[in-house]
Write a protein of this length. Structure first.
Lengths: 337, 298, 282
């Protein structure tokens, strides 16, 4: 009967395909939960790291990646996403994992050099070719008729760096008057037609969906779009002042102890500080921490005056004041109007 | 009828010597216009999207296409998609047959309510279909703490994807079988039973052949949806490339990382699967009608 | 035998076996996969409290999402009703080269994954796409606008009307048409009074199915929509945004509201269908 043969051959075909190596392997694996823009970077890192590990330990390992908005990832890990390491956009998100789920100790940031941040970035503007709206600095983002694209601070790490950089500028320009600075931010976010979940979503909204006149983005995101993906279509504009964005990395203790992958996880994160990885970071538009690598790549990155998170009292204070439920951001952002 | 026709035509003949055609169809000009309009609509909404997938996938040549397909993350996505379909479809077929049997061969109160319940996943947005399982099995959810304590991973792992897909594709087989079996009634089965067949024999020899086309169509729809489900799986998956990304999710990941050719390459595989499904169904229908049309020797 | 005796009070006596087994399977499966999860959904939403429900419902963003989702779905279903009727008519009543091929292809939106539809429609309608490059210079922007949402919803709902109308068209003989023709009616009257009315219930069924599908559609829309709150943000996307912010209360409230609204609409359409069927004498 034709149906019977058809159906049974279909299922045989499936079984045949499933017979091929299935990655439910006994070999050691690591899961790296990261934020959105790092996919290419960690793809490259993982390839080199697994080769190094095989050369050194004669063991094949697999590194899996999960990418989403930094805040969203932090909560996913707290809610059961079994990540051996987290490489997120800002320290607070990793603090949150520690606080909420107790998966790593409170002093995690001291365990690796440079505040557990092997590379840094900053916040810049991306505009369309020719800069038709003449965007030069943060004030231009509050002009009427300027569409600003930036992600959602509730889910994206980059979005929070964006917000604080703008806030820091507004404070400095208004003699540290917080109310005036809040007004500034309110005007900026009123110019934002949409807030994507993550930094990459915002980049896509600006570049592919052609929404808005200026994108506030990680420097590495902007450079990737402007130089590699859409060459000639966009320009990068450095604001007068920006923020030192430090995306930290950490081992998730409870997970690696349960899975027995602590040595592998620590080696993986230590690898990020080696010259190979540092040069790779520069190639993917991150500012390397290593002085040597920074020297080599210094033409790539423009000099800009940088504020730090300490100006805002550290991440815990900043998160509480601005990004918690009912905080400053919730006061100023009323979408859909 | 014949007399009326004859009378009518004779009336017409008397009135005017030339032949008058009965308006049994639209004038040719209208017919052509309608065909063109229908085909135009279909070309724009059906054929062009198909062609675009293939064109974009091959934009950088066959080599780039092949590389995208055999990339480990893509292969893992293909395997996960096929595994999901292989588990979900048979389960929903079993459910569909059971539900259709209970509903169409028996009479009981609340039947239409039951049918509405079965239709529920069909009218629910797939996003909600995924969300309900996060509420049930996520760490913050109903069974979360218990599952976590016992090391059982459902959300952010393969079982969650399978359950979410099960939810979304649940009605497809049942919805095809129920109206069909309702129309067929219970006569054939009752006759078989009275002639001494057992329940299973009746089902296999009498019911199954009668419903085979509905069942096949239901299987194809269920399979198509299981392979292509996006919204529900996106919510439960955890976005772990190489582990919990099905093919549609992998397409999104590639697309959002500017890997357009790779995204369309994987998409083209999905498209080919869809076309193969349609071709298979058409082939079987053609075979069956060819069998029916064979001249009988009396 | 005990099962059928007990069930005999619940259902009418029948010689057909298997009720206990099949009914049991049906209820268990349905209960585990559909009822319990949905119950949890409603429980969470109810647990959020009336104030939260009202707060969610009354924000401009939520109202706009309802408007975008239900409005686009309605329009798409209407377009599919008209176009689907046309396509079904042409496929059943006329013959032309490639008819069987096209007929087989109608099921494509059923078989094609929504994400694939999403990226291919986006490629088609964006500024440098085959259709977009013609429409945009003419001032019609489809990709990343509410119009794009409409296009995606038309695609996913396309087969419903065609597949429900086709069998009815096929089965209806030409007798009534011939009688009307013999009695002197012109073609358009025949179409309007004789051919069309029996198709109405099937047409409405197809419309309802397309509408229901379009309301909840997610995968194909998010690629081609602008996803801007207040303009082109569909309800399922708003739910996902809330989920990603881990605003479970908000997400469950919205999901429940969406479910209830869909049900009311579908129920109303089913009533309308039954009324139409009665008017036509069954």
């Amino acid at each position: 009967m034709p149906i019977k043969t058809g159906v049974s051959s279909f299922f045989w075909a499936i079984l045949f395909l499933l017979a091929f190596p299935f990655p439910a392997s006994p070999e050691p694996t690591l899961l790296n939960a990261s934020y959105e823009p790092t996919r290419r970077f960690y793809s490259a890192v993982n390839k080199i790291f697994t080769e190094h590990w095989r050369a050194e330990h004669n063991e094949k390992v697999s590194i899996y990646q999960s990418h989403s908005g930094s805040g969203a990832q932090a909560r996913a890990v707290s809610f059961g996403l079994e990540a051996d390491v987290v490489t997120l956009a800002l320290a607070y998100d990793i603090d949150a994992i520690s606080e909420r789920a107790g998966l790593l100790p409170k002093d995690w940031q001291k365990r690796l050099p440079e505040n557990s941040t092997p590379y840094t970035s900053t916040i810049v503007f991306l505009v369309r070719k020719g800069n038709p709206k003449q965007i030069r600095d943060w004030t231009d983002l509050t002009r009427s008729g300027v569409g600003v694209v930036t992600p959602n601070p509730k889910t994206s790490g980059g979005a929070r760096w964006n917000y604080l950089a703008a806030f820091g500028y507004a404070l400095r320009n208004n003699g540290n008057d917080e109310t005036k600075a809040q007004d500034f931010l309110a005007r900026l976010y009123r110019n934002a037609p949409v807030l994507d979940t993550g930094a990459r979503g915002a980049t896509i909204t600006f570049t592919r969906r052609a929404i808005g006149d200026v994108l506030i983005a990680w420097e590495n995101e902007a450079m990737l779009a402007a130089e590699e993906i859409y060459p000639g279509e966009f320009e990068m504009v450095m604001p007068s002042i920006s923020i030192l964005a430090e995306p930290p990395v950490a081992v998730v203790d409870k997970v690696v102890d349960r899975r027995g992958t602590r040595a592998l996880a620590q080696a993986y994160l230590n690898f990020l500080y080696t010259m190979t990885a540092q040069e790779l970071a520069a190639r993917y538009y991150y500012r390397p921490r290593s002085r040597q690598a920074a020297e080599k790549s210094k033409e790539r990155f423009a000099a800009v005056e940088l504020m730090t998170i300490d100006q805002f009292g550290g991440w815990a204070a900043a998160q509480k004041k601005h990004f918690s439920d009912g905080g400053a951001f919730d006061q100023i952002y009323r979408p859909g109007k | 009828m014949a007399e009326v026709a004859a009378h009518a035509s004779s009336v017409f003949e008397q009135a005017a010597p030339q032949e008058v055609k009965l308006p049994l169809s639209e004038p040719p000009a209208v017919r052509v216009a309608l065909i063109v309009a229908a085909l135009g609509f279909l070309v724009v909404f059906l054929i062009m999207p198909l062609l675009v997938v293939l064109t974009e996938a091959l934009r950088q040549g066959v080599q780039a296409y092949a590389t995208a397909i055999v990339e480990p993350e893509a292969v893992a996505a293909i395997q996960l998609t096929l595994l999901t379909a292989a588990i979900v479809v048979p389960l929903n077929v079993m459910f569909g047959i059971a539900a259709a049997w209970a509903i169409t061969k028996f009479d009981f109160p609340g039947k239409s309510f039951l049918i509405t319940l079965i239709d529920l996943p069909f009218s629910v947005s797939p996003v909600i279909g995924g969300m309900v399982f996060v509420l049930l099995f996520g760490l913050q959810g109903l069974f979360g703490p218990w599952l976590f304590a016992h090391g059982i991973k459902i959300i952010f792992a393969v079982p969650g994807i399978i359950i979410a897909t099960l939810f979304v594709t649940l009605p497809f087989v049942a919805r095809e079988l129920i109206p069909l079996m309702q129309k067929q009634g219970t006569d054939a089965e009752e006759a078989a039973l009275m002639l001494g067949a057992s329940g299973w024999q009746t089902f296999r020899r009498v019911t199954l052949p009668n419903i085979k086309w509905g069942l096949l169509y239901g299987v194809l729809l269920c399979n198509g949806r299981a392979i292509g489900e996006f919204g529900a799986v996106a919510v439960v998956s955890g976005h772990i490339a190489g582990l919990t990304n099905t093919m549609p999710l992998h397409v999104e990941v590639l697309y959002n990382d500017y890997d357009f050719v790779a995204a369309f390459a994987v998409a083209s595989l999905l498209t080919l699967m869809a076309l193969a499904t349609l071709a298979f169904k058409t082939f079987l229908e053609w075979r069956s009608s060819a069998l029916l049309a064979r001249p009988r020797v009396h | 035998m005990a099962i059928s005796l007990a069930a005999g009070r619940f259902r009418q006596h029948s010689i057909i076996p298997g009720f206990g087994l099949t009914f049991g399977i049906t209820l268990t499966y349905l209960g585990l996969i559909v009822l319990i999860p949905l119950a949890v959904l409603f429980a969470e939403a109810a647990g959020a409290g009336g104030a939260k429900v009202w707060a969610e419902l009354s924000t401009a963003r939520t109202l706009s999402a309802f408007r975008v989702s239900f409005g686009s779905a309605l329009l798409a279903a209407l377009i599919n009703a008209v176009a689907g009727l046309l396509v079904a008519w042409v496929l059943v009543r006329y013959d032309f080269p490639g008819r069987r091929f096209i007929d087989a292809l109608i099921d494509l939106p059923f078989a094609l994954p929504t994400a694939v539809a999403g990226i291919s429609l986006t490629a088609l309608y964006s500024g440098n796409g085959w259709i977009g490059s013609i429409l945009e210079p003419a001032g019609i922007k489809v990709a990343f606008t509410p119009l794009g949402i409409l296009v995606a919803l038309i695609f996913v709902g396309l087969p419903f009307v065609v597949r429900t109308v086709e069998p009815v068209l096929r089965e209806s003989g030409k007798n009534l048409e011939e009688a009307a023709a013999l009695l002197g009616a012109p073609r358009w009257r025949i179409l309007y009074h004789v051919v069309f009315p029996p198709l109405l219930p099937a047409l409405m069924t197809g419309f309802t199915l397309a509408f229901a599908r379009a309301i909840g559609e997610y995968g194909s829309v998010i690629f081609i929509a602008g996803n801007m709150p207040g303009v082109s943000e569909i309800l399922p996307l708003l739910i996902v945004v809330k989920l990603e912010q881990f605003d479970y209360a908000g997400a469950t409230v919205l999901a429940s509201l969406m479910l209830i609204a869909s049900f009311i609409l579908l129920f109303a359409i089913n009533l309308l269908q039954a009324w139409t069927r009665r008017r036509q004498g069954g």
